[in-house]
Design a protein around this ligand. Structure first.
Ligand SMILES: *Cc1c(COP(=O)(O)O)cnc(C)c1O
Length: 332
């Protein structure tokens, strides 16, 4: 037997989460966000699972898009950060990518190259996040320039929320109002616009416009800190599993792990699990963090090691070496 530590990705859950996003916004098209290796879930397999369900996929940059092309994905891909240098422009166009244009610098660069064919651009407006995007005033100027440019095909308009995960935030309404004004003012010919991320799709019906951009919700994670009706229907897609590799009894007053940070207050049974921060388990997880062993909740004790953790199983039904452990996933 090899080390039992593994991530199991449930692609059916990812598809179901995508279908939930689409059921909430039946009139919107979907730009499925698979950036950063599909939030760590594996961009190729996730994109393959989602491609039949969605109109487009979206990633941060050209490198991520080319990984999807190598995996055989044919859907058009939007680059959320656009291009980083003019040398990427034609490679992206030849690979059926579209650009978010978030700065005047990118507009100038796009207009200077000789593009192999006109490319669709998504003009990003800064409606209050103050991270990427043009001010509404600059957007109006730039929109005119882009419209007349031979390198530019359709122009869609987009923006991004900063507080949509707080269901009562007036700020989201303010951002939406600014965005809607821009859309009207620019009266973009194709009428394509997009602002909703997962939180928008789940909790802000008025943000569901012609295109939505679900990210974190696809993976079964709620963007909200509290329970929320729609988000509660999401299915976690990542299951992090390992197994018990040793068991020991510790006496009252004996400590477990680095730094002796946990000391037994009663005679205890400690299970050692083959997982640690080197596997992506959080190094700062504290004593008491729940771990599931044979379907029963037990508590992490002491510090997380590089490739091991210790769990107090004193109160559980008898645990044996080899028993399965779930660190997170559907049940935790
Ligand atoms: C990452 C990202 C998303 C997805 O956001 P979630 O909160 O994960 O749904 C949408 N739009 C843009 C521009 C992003 O960068």
């Amino acid at each position: 037997m090899s080390r039992p530590t593994k991530i199991v990705i449930d692609l059916a859950a990812i598809r179901a989460n995508c279908q939930l996003a689409q059921a909430l916004a039946p009139l919107s098209k979907t730009l499925a966000v698979v950036k950063a290796d599909a939030y760590g879930h594996g961009a190729g397999p996730v994109a393959k699972a989602l491609a039949p369900l969605v109109e487009m996929l979206t990633v941060s940059c050209l490198e991520e898009a080319l990984i999807l092309r190598q995996a055989g994905i044919k859907k058009p891909i939007l680059l959320l950060e656009g291009f980083f240098s003019t040398s990427e422009i034609n490679i992206a166009i030849n690979n059926d990518c579209e650009f978010v244009i978030h700065s005047i610098r990118q507009v100038e660069q796009l207009l200077t190259v000789s593009a192999v064919r006109p490319v669709k651009v998504w003009l990003k407006i800064d409606t209050g996040m103050h991270r990427l995007g043009l001010s509404p005033e600059d957007a109006a100027t730039v929109y005119g320039q882009l419209q007349g440019a031979t390198n530019v095909g359709d122009i869609a308009i987009m923006s991004h929320f900063s507080c949509a995960d707080e269901p009562s935030a007036d700020y989201t309404k303010k951002q939406l109002a600014i965005f809607n004004q821009c859309v009207i003012k620019l009266s973009n010919s194709s009428g394509e616009c997009s602002i909703a991320n997962s939180a928008g799709i789940l909790a802000w019906p008025e943000s569901r416009l012609s295109w939505n951009r679900p990210g974190i919700m696809l993976y079964g994670l709620s963007p909200f800190s509290e329970s929320q009706d729609n988000a509660d229907k999401l299915i976690p897609a990542m299951n992090f599993e390992s197994a018990v590799i040793a068991l020991r009894k510790v006496k009252v007053g004996e400590s477990v792990g680095y730094g002796n940070t946990w000391t037994a207050q009663r005679p205890s049974i400690i299970a050692t699990i083959a997982v640690g921060y080197g596997d992506g388990y959080p190094r700062n997880a504290r004593t008491g963090t729940p771990v599931l062993i044979n379907g029963q909740r037990a508590a992490l004790v002491g510090r997380v090691s590089m490739d091991l953790i210790s769990v107090d199983v004193t109160e559980l039904d008898p645990v044996q070496v080899g028993d399965g452990v779930e660190l997170w996933g559907k049940i935790c």
